[in-house]
Design a protein around this ligand. Structure first.
Ligand code: 3H9
Length: 647
């Protein structure tokens, strides 16, 4: 045995698994666990076993890296059965997370105990599969069907306290190994509970399943519904039949495009925050953050940084604006209190770490200053002139611009090596994406500081090069242009939106513009035209000029009834655009989606060629975390077959 070690505490065998980094259940782990059961059963000195893990977590689930390869024995369901069928009871001692196959192994044990910070769950749907080692068969026998539906369709792990109430675990303890041994010892002479597989399970009425399907359904995402099917099958068949059915579904999905897409994102998300080019480069410490501008964006950035424990100084131009800015930050924490995520006392603590000022000199101690003022080059340059004067020489200075050239903003800064673009997405305390935009002068440790900030804020940091719109907004522009091209060919606006919803987006391109307002992009185009740039007229321009700026004006691409956000196809829009529509193309939903996703991928390819993005994976992450691209499609580059990952 190389991954398992055994220590004896009287009649209790403490089996420790150590398979860094997350004790994933690889072929070797399965084999050793399987054999360990036999060894302990054969040892007359042992009467019970504790299964505990070294490192940061209990078993994190099946080894995802093996999913692309043919399955090798012993399969995980056999290992779980073997533990459950042991002559001596096993106690799973959980810290960190017991996920997927990790929780399935815990269910094979006669008892499960956990520390309070632990979480348990069945996240398989987030990898495009369903539990494959009794998650849909044992879990309902352990904790009932409602709890299982929630676990297997959402994939969300449950904290130990809640898991205890739900019956998923037997106890929450403080000293895991000591208490697990005590638990096992107490069980020696007590009557043991039935193995989970032998517990009863009653079927549920048709209406229950219909409701569950409605709640779990996501367009184009098959795993949650297949998990429900498997769960239903388990309630209507015996244990062995249900196991067979679950395994078949698991293996079927394991080879699906959806599973390949989600694995691609799983690994991309873990690689992006720590780029290999920055290995060994120490980021600068960031404890105090200055934010210039207390509008929606500035307040969101301040809220996000404060939430990560940083001290904030918010700079505004006058006292009234400072008060407004602080109130904007306060609203962010208020909403967390309302949602039960923050206590009133903690809210006060958060706000105590947010100060406001009109005096740039107060930024003398800031480690990082993020500018979030009006998108106008003169205004931004003036801000950085001040920052250059008052900030510490080693302070990192960042702009949150979304369209301006960061090099132009940094012009005149005495030391441009400490300057960087940090492009947050609104609302900045919620949106995961952070585009990190170095200039040719940015020092490597300043770039590393941007990534460290992204990680500290629990964001998805992605490096972007300098071009109009960086990665995300540049692709958005192309996506919208392609959608307009379809309209010109005669495809109905509502059909295009419906096609993209069918593909998995929450909203189609036109509905999304109506919600956000058509005027922002219009003003940008007008600004560029005023500077003499040749910016062709868009259909959106025609609508804005006719006063149709979106929901806020009662109409944009659609009409809206007063107080109603339901989009209604608009006769006025048809009239306004009539002389631009020169065809009557009939495309199916999937054909429309192909066209639009293909356009995004083509722009992504150009972005890669120009070195604006570091990898196709980064482009996929930008689209998923900033623009609502369905993660189960893997992002536009994956969907178009432009990534290296194996399908
Ligand atoms: C399953 O179990 C199917 C079964 O039902 C049926 C089978 C028959 N495999 O996330 P981190 C790597 S499906 C391989 O940054 P954290 C990860 O790539 C599985 N590798 O750590 C990274 O590598 P690197 C269901 C894995 O502390 C490193 O470990 N289970 C796996 O922030 C650190 O990862 C899941 O979906 C894996 N399963 O969070 C759980 N997991 O250093 C997935 C991680 O090279 N895992 N790695 O970049 C997690 O949710 C988190 O890793 C966890 C720790 C919460 C455990």
């Amino acid at each position: 045995m190389t991954l398992l070690t055994v220590r004896r505490d009287g009649e209790i065998a403490v089996v420790t698994l150590d398979n860094p980094p997350v004790n994933a259940i690889s072929e070797a782990v399965r084999k050793e666990l399987f054999e360990m059961v036999g060894q302990l059963d054969a040892d007359p000195g042992v009467r019970a076993a504790v299964l505990i893990c070294a490192g940061r977590t209990f078993l994190a689930g099946a080894d995802v890296r093996e999913f692309g390869k043919p399955p090798v024995e012993p399969h995980l369901p056999e290992v779980v059965d073997r533990i459950e069928g042991a002559e001596k009871p096993w106690v799973a001692a959980i810290h960190g997370a017991a996920l997927g196959g990790g929780f399935e192994i815990a269910m094979g044990c006669r008892f499960r105990i956990a520390v309070e910070s632990a979480r348990v769950g069945l996240p398989e749907v987030t990898l495009g599969v369903i539990p494959g080692a009794s998650g849909t068969v044992r879990t309902p026998r352990l904790a009932g069907i409602e709890t299982t539906v929630d676990l297997v369709t959402s994939g969300r792990p449950m904290p130990a306290g809640k898991a205890l109430k739900a019956g998923l675990i037997d106890a929450v303890v403080s000293d895991l190994e000591r208490d697990a041994v005590a638990f096992a010892r107490a069980a020696l002479d007590a009557e043991l509970p039935l193995p989970v597989s032998q517990r009863p399970l009653a079927p549920m009425p048709e209406a229950f399943w219909q409701d569950a399907r409605k709640r779990a359904a996501k367009p184009g995402h098959q795993a949650p519904l297949r998990a429900l099917d498997s769960l239903r099958f388990a309630t209507e068949h015996d244990f062995a039949e249900a196991m067979e059915h679950e395994r078949e579904t698991f293996l079927d999905l394991r080879g699906s495009d959806e599973a390949a897409a989600l694995r691609h994102i799983f690994f991309a998300e873990r690689a992006a925050p720590k780029p290999s080019a920055l290995k060994g480069i120490e980021p600068r410490p960031v404890r105090t953050v200055g934010v210039i501008g207390g509008g929606t964006m500035g307040a969101g950035i301040a809220g996000a940084c404060r939430e990560a424990g940083m001290e904030i100084l918010l700079i505004e131009r006058d006292d009234e604006a400072v008060t407004r800015g602080l109130a904007n930050v306060g609203k962010i924490f208020d909403s967390a209190v309302k949602r039960g995520k923050l206590s009133a006392e903690d809210r006060a603590g958060r706000m105590a770490g947010v100060r406001g000022s009109t005096d740039y000199a107060d930024l003398a101690d800031a480690d990082l200053v993020i500018e979030a003022v009006f998108e106008e080059i003169g205004v931004k340059r003036a801000v950085f002139a001040e920052l250059g004067r008052v900030c510490r020489a080693d302070a990192v200075l960042a702009t949150n611009t979304s369209y301006l050239d960061p090099r132009a903003i940094a012009e005149g800064l005495p030391d441009p090596s400490r300057f960087i673009g940090l492009h947050f997405f609104s609302p900045a305390h919620i949106m995961k994406l952070l585009e990190i935009v170095p200039t040719p002068d940015t020092a490597p440790d300043v770039l590393a500081t941007g990534f460290a900030l992204g990680r500290a804020l629990n964001k998805m940091p992605v490096q972007a090069g300098i071009c109009e719109g960086f990665i995300g907004n540049r692709i958005l522009k192309r996506y919208r242009a392609e959608a307009e091209a379809l309209v010109k060919q005669g495809v109905a606006i509502a059909e295009i939106d419906a096609a993209m919803r069918g593909y998995g987006f929450r909203m189609g391109p036109f509905e999304a513009q109506d919600l956000g307002g058509l005027d922002i992009a219009f003003l940008q185009r007008e600004g560029a035209r005023a500077e003499g740039q040749d910016v062709p007229e868009t259909l959106g321009d025609i609508l804005v000029r006719a006063g149709r700026k979106g929901q806020k004006t009662g109409g944009g691409w659609y009409d809206y009834a007063e107080g109603d956000r339901t989009p209604k196809p608009s006769a006025s829009v048809a009239t306004l655009l009539a002389d631009r529509v020169s065809g009557s193309a009939a495309l199916s939903g999937p054909e429309i989606a192909d066209r639009l996703v293909g356009a995004m991928a083509a722009e992504g390819e150009a972005i890669l060629r120009e070195g604006i993005a570091q990898s196709p994976q980064d482009i996929d992450l930008v689209e998923i975390h900033g623009y609502g691209f369905p993660r189960w499609k893997g992002g536009p580059m994956f969907a178009a077959g432009m990534t290296a990952s194996a399908r």
